[in-house]
Design a protein around this ligand. Structure first.
Ligand SMILES: [Zn+2]
Length: 418
């Protein structure tokens, strides 16, 4: 058995609106799994080595529940457009480059390293339509120590000349890709891009594959009003966007839907009843002027909800920044609706970026015993302050601002990866 003990000021998002703090506390992990978090180390660990991070903060690392790896090269560009224009002008042409395996290798290796440097250790991620580039992406993430799910994108209509598959080819390539996935910690997820990109025949086949192979599913839902109108013209039999996934077996407790900005009460009820996950991507929703998602309403209604960077609709890979965006987006909505509903606090938004998605992976919130150790060690000693700050104040400041190279160490799935 391999025991790891780390010491510092431990911050654990144990519930939605409350963090637990252990000043000068210890996390004890055995074979990569947390055994306990404690303020005082038991004598039985006396002979074990303790990695002492002294006054640093030790927080849970982040899970990014929605992002597009092949949009990494266009991060921070084209953001004065709205969704459908942005897809056709920037996104589809950029993703088409990933037919080149050498290009994919260098871009994905950089992406994986940047995720770790930003404290993101787990992802639910879109690749492109390219099978080989998707395998390269999975390999690079695995090499960097990242865990989670990656999906080869399926799209057999409305992608333009360079980013579209024949229906049969899309299905065959997906099956081949699934057979080639060989990683223990990076697993495949079925990924119809969104309803306008997939014919009914393809949707049907993907639903069947997901069911037969017991695979999770990811896609987009009700991101923007023009998109909703387009979907409704493609599926006049469906009164709601979600039904276009539901009717093909793509709607269940292992489905992850990005955005849901314009999901009305009925669509949200369907999500809650089926246990579908909504991924709130506030930076992207503001950049592409999609709207402010009703996050607090969704939480009150008991939906499964987590945060995503949605790069490159989002402009930052950093889940610190996206956590701040979630707070600001909820405050904008709060002001717009004259104080109703209330807004996300720092603790709540951090919970959505760390503990909430843990449930999707079958884990408990916070640094709970039994969870794999996923943690960030942060220093803030060079930031100015006029008095001694509490750990809680330092936690809040660290979400909003950090000194250069503040992330000193990162643990993913029990291993030190930075
Ligand atoms: Zn997206």
């Amino acid at each position: 058995m391999n025991r790891l003990i780390i010491k510092g000021n431990i911050i654990s998002a144990d519930s939605f609106n409350n963090i637990s703090i252990y000043e000068n506390g210890y996390i004890v992990a055995e074979d990569g799994v947390i055994r306990e978090v404690t303020g005082k180390l038991d004598r039985k660990y006396g002979s074990d080595t303790v990695t002492d991070y002294k006054d640093a903060l030790i927080m849970q690392s982040f899970t990014d529940m929605h992002l597009h790896a092949p949009q990494y090269p266009m991060l921070g560009m084209g953001l004065d457009m709205s969704l459908l224009e942005w897809l056709n002008t920037y996104t589809f042409p950029t993703e088409a480059y990933f037919r080149d395996e050498g290009f994919a290798r260098s871009a994905y290796s950089m992406l994986a390293k940047e995720l770790i440097r930003n404290g993101t250790t787990r992802v639910v991620m879109f690749s492109s339509i390219h099978r080989k580039a998707t395998l390269i992406l999975m390999e690079e993430l695995d090499k960097a120590g990242i865990t989670g799910y990656v999906g080869k994108v399926n799209m057999d209509r409305n992608g333009g000349r360079d980013l579209e598959e024949e229906t049969g080819e899309s299905i065959r390539e997906t099956l081949k890709w699934l057979d080639e996935c060989k990683w223990e910690n990076i697993k495949p997820i079925i990924t119809p891009r969104f309803t306008p990109s997939c014919t009914n025949e393809l949707m049907q086949a993907l639903g069947k594959i997901a069911e037969e192979r017991n695979l999770p599913i990811q896609s987009h839902l009700s991101e923007n009003v023009s998109e909703q109108e387009w979907v409704s013209s493609l599926h006049p039999d469906c009164s709601h966007y979600y039904m276009t996934y539901e009717k093909y077996g793509l709607w269940n407790g292992r489905t992850v839907m990005a955005h849901c900005v314009w999901s009305d009460e009925e669509e949200r009820k369907a999500m809650k009843e089926s246990g579908v996950w909504a991924v709130h991507c506030p930076s992207s929703n503001i950049n592409l002027t999609s709207g402010y998602a009703p996050v607090k309403e969704m939480i009150r209604e008991g939906m499964n909800i987590a945060l995503g960077s949605d790069i490159a609709g989002g402009d930052s890979l950093s889940m610190f920044s996206n956590t701040v965006s979630a707070i600001k987006s909820s405050k904008a909505r709060h002001m717009m609706l004259e104080g109703k509903p209330d807004f996300l606090t720092v603790e709540e938004a951090f919970y959505l970026a760390s503990s909430a998605p843990a449930a999707f992976f079958g884990e408990k919130p916070g640094f709970a015993a039994g969870n794999p150790l996923n943690a960030i060690v942060l220093t803030d000693s060079s930031l100015p302050s006029v008095r001694r700050l509490s750990v809680k104040e330092r936690f809040e400041r660290s979400i909003y601002r950090r000194e250069p190279h503040a992330v000193k160490a990162v643990y993913s799935n029990g291993k030190k990866v930075l």
